[in-house]
Design a protein around this ligand. Structure first.
Ligand code: TRH
Length: 374
């Protein structure tokens, strides 16, 4: 029997870090699971993808994982067919032979862009771009926070899963026992972050802090702070009221669980940021550092959209902490102020997760767009 499912090819070039593959894998899986689509994800750097997908065999040119075909986008790129829908993630530039072959098949060609809360996104979302040479058109698809954008990535059952998830056991992450009233904080940030200032403030606070740190490039400055050579999953250190616990790099599902069970999450980039929003818990987002401080513009746009209607004092504290963290400079008093504001922030984060989840998600909007495409 031939497979009649609509075929989607997603092309992902891993520029840096985990965000590109994190977003593409999440989207690919959701399209396959929730819409029964035949999804093939082309990835150029399999060893990086393997961090998120430990079951991935980096030696194979093609394999099926969790209902998605993962194909190696190698320099000797070869393909057997053109899909019905082609997603070029983050302007990664499709291989020339594939583009040429698209002319005869006329697939829906979508350029999936990075997420931003900036106002211009609404205007550029769904703008067509004709190919300069060939009879092809691609459409720019911008994720975003409003109805007039491509929406945010969110699995259909995510909020139910979050609300019915069992509490995360300390054993699950082989954590040392921490005081019962410790503030649970997860930490994922760029290595340039103002870690020493944060840890010093946490170590000198009124309330104990258990800081959970999944393995990443952040471990280098963390080990520097604690004067150790190399930190490994399972290691833990204490200083004053702060204890840190190094976790392995988690699966995306486990990472969600971690976010759901912390009192405060430090996140970065694109995908962990959105997961922190869906967690409905207080978070501090560090945007991906860009030249000319573009990331600070993105931060302001987000804060402007996300903070209202939080009461002024807590909003000021949260905004100011975000700005300092993104500017890689943290004042000592910012930490106790943030801890004090957490109850109000918590309530707001919960409300915002509900409000944003009432909008259509990115995969749903993509599917609707393709259905109506002409
Ligand atoms: O890794 P990032 O910094 O990725 C960045 C951003 O996407 C940025 O926009 C992009 O321009 C740049 O890459 C090239 O942060 P991000 O987006 O949060 O991606 C991390 C992914 O890793 C996300 O899918 C969550 C996942 N993750 C785990 O699965 N387990 C873990 O333990 C951790 C810490 C993260």
């Amino acid at each position: 029997m031939t497979d009649k499912r609509q075929r989607w090819d997603i092309f992902c070039r891993i520029v840096d870090n985990y965000g590109d593959i994190g977003v593409c894998w999440r989207l690919a899986r959701q399209l396959a699971h929730e819409y029964s689509l035949d999804v093939r994800l082309w990835v150029d750097t399999l060893p990086v993808a393997q961090r998120l997908l430990p079951a991935l065999d980096t030696q194979l040119s093609e394999q099926v994982l969790d209902g998605v075909t993962i194909a190696h986008w190698s320099p000797e790129f070869q393909f057997d067919r053109i899909a019905d829908v082609v997603i070029e993630a983050f302007a990664c530039e499709l291989p020339e032979p594939y583009i040429n072959a698209m002319v005869a098949h006329a697939p829906v060609w979508i350029n999936l862009e990075y997420l931003s809360a900036e106002a211009w996104v609404e205007e550029f979302h769904l703008q067509p771009s004709p190919h300069p040479r060939l009879a092809l058109k691609k459409t720019f698809f911008f994720p975003g926070f409003t109805e007039n954008t491509g929406g945010l990535l969110r699995e259909r059952r995510l909020m139910e899963d979050r609300d019915t998830a069992p509490a995360l056991s300390t054993a699950a992450f082989s954590m040392a026992v921490t005081p019962a009233n410790a503030l649970r904080v997860s930490l994922f940030a760029y290595p340039q972050a103002s870690l020493a200032a944060l840890f010093t403030a946490m170590a000198n606070g009124d309330r104990p802090v258990a800081c959970l740190i999944p393995e990443s490039s952040l471990l280098a400055p963390v080990s520097q702070f604690f004067g150790t050579e190399k930190l490994l999953p399972g290691d833990h250190y204490s200083q004053g009221t702060l204890s840190i616990h190094i976790l392995p790099f988690l699966s995306q599902a486990q990472y969600d669980q971690l976010l759901w069970s912390c009192d405060l999450n430090f996140v970065r980039g694109e995908d962990s940021w959105i997961r922190a929003i869906w967690a409905g818990r207080p978070f501090i987002w560090q945007p991906y550092i860009q030249s000319e401080d573009t990331h600070l513009v993105k931060l302001e746009a987000f804060l402007q959209r996300y903070l209202p209607p939080l009461q002024t004092e807590a909003a000021d504290v949260w905004r100011s902490f975000h700005r300092q963290w993104a500017q890689l400079q943290l004042a000592a008093e910012s930490w106790p102020q943030l801890v004090h504001a957490l109850p109000a922030i918590q309530q707001h984060a919960k409300q915002q997760s509900q409000a944003l989840a009432a909008q259509d998600d990115l995969a749903a909007k993509l599917v609707i767009f393709v259905r109506n495409f002409q």
